[in-house]
Write a protein that binds this ligand. Structure first.
Ligand code: NAP
Length: 294
């Protein structure tokens, strides 16, 4: 059973970006808009800004107050759209309730859409045309290529149909010539569908939902879940009691770690699997956008 190590893939992606950044006439520029003080968002944004600094990407953090209106936020985006030294714009989700998130995402110029969430870029993804791709799904594809996991003609089952992970990864797997099934909360016989998979991608947000009976012997399992659990009994069931007792919580995926290890041929651990790739692909999108602008 092979562990698919996201930190190794990340290192290779970032190493590949450095010479491309050096070749540009100015540093790529990424603006990150973080509204309010959501603790998880603050951690994610810190990671993104740090990665920019390490690579030589210019970054700017814009931190409007929690009470900002949709109109005021749209004005910020409009200004970023106009600034020539800003190649990528990222609006950290979730936004406060009073904000019309869809309008904000659609206000980002498609050619500055560092997250690949703009409908124009979703269209490019579906049509197989170049454009920024959503970072977590793009990272999953990089991981599968790095480890030479065969996709053509294989049966891939994706659990989850979110716009951020499930749907885009399913489309990307289709473009790699896999035969793709998408499952969700209304799927009947979920375990049975999953057992047909050569490649199983779990992007659900439910700790340890995928157990041994979901996994065909020899399947490759990608666990996208990042779940912070505060239930000691659940941590114990997922083999993470020690971590829980040390930290007061445990970070677990959507796949039961011990059961996947018994059945699969390869899997991504949580943490250390898919997680490290998201920021790496954000950096890759920003560099690509800068190359196009320059
Ligand atoms: P989401 O928007 O909540 O979507 C979850 C999907 O799972 C939905 O399509 C839902 O189905 C499906 N689902 C929920 N319960 C199910 C069940 N019992 N059986 C089958 N399907 C079920 O979540 P997301 O944003 O895609 O994120 C999924 C997980 O990935 C989360 O743990 C998140 O933290 C993690 N994540 C990690 C990264 C990273 O590693 N960098 C990035 C993004 C997300 P319906 O559509 O029918 O409701």
């Amino acid at each position: 059973m092979q562990i698919l190590d996201g930190t190794a893939v990340r290192a290779e992606i970032l190493a590949g970006l450095k010479p491309r950044i050096h070749q540009l006439s100015r540093p790529p520029g990424l603006a990150v808009v973080l509204v309010g003080h959501n603790p998880a968002s603050e951690i994610y944004v810190r990671g993104k800004i740090k990665a920019c600094g390490e690579l030589g990407i210019y970054s700017e953090k814009i931190t409007p107050a929690e009470s900002i209106s949709t109109g005021e936020l749209l004005a910020i985006i409009d200004e970023l759209n106009r600034r020539p030294e800003i190649d990528g714009i990222l609006v950290q989700m979730p936004l406060p309730r009073q904000i019309d998130s869809r309008r904000v995402l659609e206000a980002v110029a498609p050619e500055k859409d560092a997250d690949g969430f703009h409908p124009v870029n979703v269209g490019h993804l579906v049509a197989g045309r170049p454009g920024p791709r959503p970072c977590t799904p793009a990272g999953i594809i990089e991981m599968l290529k790095y480890y030479h996991v065969p996709l053509e003609g294989r049966h891939a089952v994706v659990i989850g149909r979110s716009d951020i992970v499930g749907k885009p990864v399913a489309i990307m797997l289709l473009q790699e010539n896999a035969t793709v099934t998408i499952c969700h909360s209304k799927t009947s016989n979920l375990a049975e569908e999953c057992r047909r998979a050569d490649l199983l991608v779990a992007a659900i947000g439910k700790p340890g939902l995928v157990t041994g009976d979901f996994i065909a012997p020899g399947a490759v399992v990608i666990d996208v879940g990042q779940n912070r659990i505060a239930d000691r009994a659940l941590a114990e069931r997922l083999g993470r009691r020690e971590e829980f007792d040390r930290k007061g919580f445990a970070l677990v995926g959507d796949v039961h770690p011990a059961e996947v290890a018994r059945t699969a041929s390869a899997y991504t651990p949580v943490p250390g699997g898919v997680g490290p790739l998201t920021i790496a692909m954000l950096m890759a999108n920003t560099v690509r956008l800068a190359e196009r602008h320059i």
